[in-house]
Design a binder for this molecule. Sequence first.
Ligand SMILES: CC(C)(COP(=O)(O)OP(=O)(O)OC[C@H]1O[C@@H](n2cnc3c(N)ncnc32)[C@H](O)[C@@H]1OP(=O)(O)O)[C@@H](O)C(=O)NCCC(=O)NCCS
Length: 190
Amino acid sequence: MSTSTRPHDDYVVRVIRADDWPRVKQLRLDALRDPIAHLAFLETYEEAASRSDAFWQDRAAGSGEGSTGARQFIAETPDGTWIGSVTVLIEEAGTKDWAGLPVERRQGHVVGVFVRPEHRGHGLIKALFDAGVAWARERGAERVRLLVHEDNDRAQGAYRKAGFVPSGVAVPFVTDAAQNELEFVLEWPS
Ligand SMILES: CC(C)(COP(=O)(O)OP(=O)(O)OC[C@H]1O[C@@H](n2cnc3c(N)ncnc32)[C@H](O)[C@@H]1OP(=O)(O)O)[C@@H](O)C(=O)NCCC(=O)NCCS
């Protein structure tokens, strides 16, 4: 697969490169300042801001071009601004997931979903998903899943539009077990 596509005239979706790490860090910090970051992400701005350069360098290398276990896709405007991102992790059949449950099939797990507020509502998230899902399929994934907070209605709406449906699985939210995250899955005919 090509690492970039042009789904719309004013941005390109591409895989990050290892030397993009300062921008990986900046986009993540910006995402963690979003008003609903406490529902959307499992770390705080302060935690992320305190991480070393080596952390961000490892993260970018581990999800950049050439990596096989994870890929971060970003949407970039002609002036070089990153306006959105998704990261897809490959989960192998026979392993256990973050909740200790068995992974029965090779699958993609989407994390770090973010579109800058001024670019929301124009289909950018669908373009990012298309790139991430295509890569997961190339890697032999049989489905793609993600977790979304039960109160994050806008994200759930975006996921449904992208073809994801609730699987019925709910897991306690990391910072408050009285709340749940819902698993949404995208499957395709084998
Ligand atoms: C989640 C996110 C990437 C979605 O991108 P987006 O451009 O906002 O998504 P879209 O506008 O294409 O789709 C959202 C849908 O939900 C609908 N929606 C918006 N607010 C809603 C609400 N409060 N309740 C129900 N539906 C809502 C929208 O109307 C839209 O559907 P429509 O196009 O049929 O009208 C973006 O909102 C974002 O970055 N949010 C902050 C971070 C986040 O929540 N990440 C996800 C973590 S799991």
